[in-house]
Each structure stands twice: as C-alpha cells, then as structure tokens.
Design a protein around this ligand. Structure first.
Ligand code: SAH
Length: 224
C-alpha cells in the first residue's frame, strides 16, 4: 500500500536529486561541486509541503520558488540548500535568520543549529511560520516580527546569519552582530536582475571579507 508519507518521501528524494544536479551545474560560480550530507539529509527530512499554500501541494517538491501570499515567496529548494551549506553549521551554532517568510528555511536551519532566531517584517507571515514550525516540533526556534535590517541585538553575536530578502547595500548592523569566526549569506543588489549572493566572513581578529557565490533573484528587503 502506498501512503501519503511514502509519496512525499519519494518526492523529496527527487527534489534532493535536483538540488545535487543544480549544485554540480553551478559549481563554476559557487566553488562547491556538492553540498554536505547533513544539509542534504535536512532537505530530505523537512516536509516542504507543510510550508506551502494548500493550492500548491502538488508543486511542493518542484525545485522552484512558490508564492506564499503578501507578494512574498518560499525560496527555491536549491537556493535554500546552497545558503545553508555555505554557513557550515556544526550543530552548536546560534543562527540569525532575516525574512522568515514561510518558515521553511528556518526549519532546515533548526535541524543543523543549536538555536535559530528569526525576524520577519510581516506579522501575518511571522505568526503563520511560528505555527508551522511548532507543528513540525521545531523547539529551538524563536520568531519575532520586526525590521531585520537592524538584526536582533539582544541575542547577538551570532555564529551565522542568513538573509532571505535583498537589501540594496550591506546592512552594517548585521555585519556588527556577526561573531569573530562567523559567516553570513546575503543577497545584495538594487534590481531583481542585479543581485549577488554574498558570503561574508569575519575572521578571529574581526576583519571582514566577502565573495560573490551566485547571481540570484530575491524579493527586496524592505524597511520595517
Ligand atoms: N526563506 C524564506 C523567504 C521568504 S521571502 C522562505 O523560503 O519562505 C523573504 C521574506 O523577507 C518575506 O517574508 C518578507 O516579508 C521578509 N522581509 C522583507 N523585508 C524584511 C525586513 N526588513 N525584515 C524582516 N523580514 C523582511
């Protein structure tokens, strides 16, 4: 007998295979031929169908973004995996996520980090994401409504920061809230066609460097 969960397991396995193929295809940009097994296992485990709108259930495991309401989107699975992979989480990290949206990326981070602090500017999306994350049993997550451009100073500094919407310039408050040795992944650029996913690193002496990982298209980071 085929059950609903067998079906979604199989669809997730196909999605992970698509992610692995995209990783290979983009390696000339990203410098990564594939992603860590821990990241791929998290992508295979989290039920993306629980984070999309009921009308999109049939498309939940297609390797593309989907609308989640209020002009926002759940990110493409490949991009979620790439952004997670470059953060090199080891299970003990405290992570700040800006732009929680559906909560799907949050759920992936929660599997690989000690705690995820999420900031979402739209109250309706923040509360829906919180409800989904708690239904999924993600206990190591705290979500609040607010302007993520300012980070979340009360819990800083962070081992890793992931930004899911694009500012036109690097938000200095986020760089300041990164721990020495910390990593941040953030799309930066003015137009939708001119954004670069930047990997920012702060070394043990506090010096900051950055490199472009991939040209991308994210929704804009708005002022809260
Ligand atoms: N990774 C999320 C992406 C959601 S889209 C997902 O896969 O579901 C980007 C999100 O950033 C949107 O929910 C949008 O409301 C939010 N956002 C935009 N500007 C923001 C800001 N200044 N602070 C916090 N969140 C912001």
């Amino acid at each position: 007998m085929t059950t609903m969960s067998d079906d979604t397991d199989a669809r997730r396995a196909t999605m992970v295979a698509d992610i692995v193929a995209d990783a290979k295809a983009t390696a000339p940009h990203t410098g990564r031929e594939t992603f860590s097994q821990r990241v791929l296992d998290a992508m295979a485990a989290v039920p993306r169908h629980a984070f999309v709108r009921p009308d999109d259930l049939a498309r939940a495991y297609v390797n593309g973004p989907l609308p989640i309401g209020q002009g926002q989107t759940i990110s493409q699975p490949f991009v979620v995996a790439l952004m997670t992979d470059v953060l090199e989480l080891n299970g003990s990290d405290r992570v700040l996520e800006i732009g929680v949206g559906s909560g799907y990326q949050t759920a992936i981070l929660a599997k690989l980090a000690a705690h995820v602090y999420g900031v979402e500017v739209l109250p309706g999306l923040a509360s829906a994401a919180e409800a989904r994350l708690s239904a999924q049993g993600a206990r190591n997550v705290t979500v609040r409504t607010g302007d993520g451009t300012l980070g979340w100073p009360e819990h800083a500094p962070y081992d890793a920061i992931l930004v899911g919407a694009a500012p036109s310039a690097m938000p200095e408050a986020l760089v300041a809230q990164l721990k020495p040795g910390g990593r941040m992944i953030i799309p930066v650029g003015r137009g939708r066609l001119t954004q670069e996913l930047l990997l920012v690193k702060k070394d043990s002496s506090g010096a900051v460097s950055q490199r472009s990982v991939l040209p991308v298209q994210f929704v804009p980071l708005v002022k809260g």
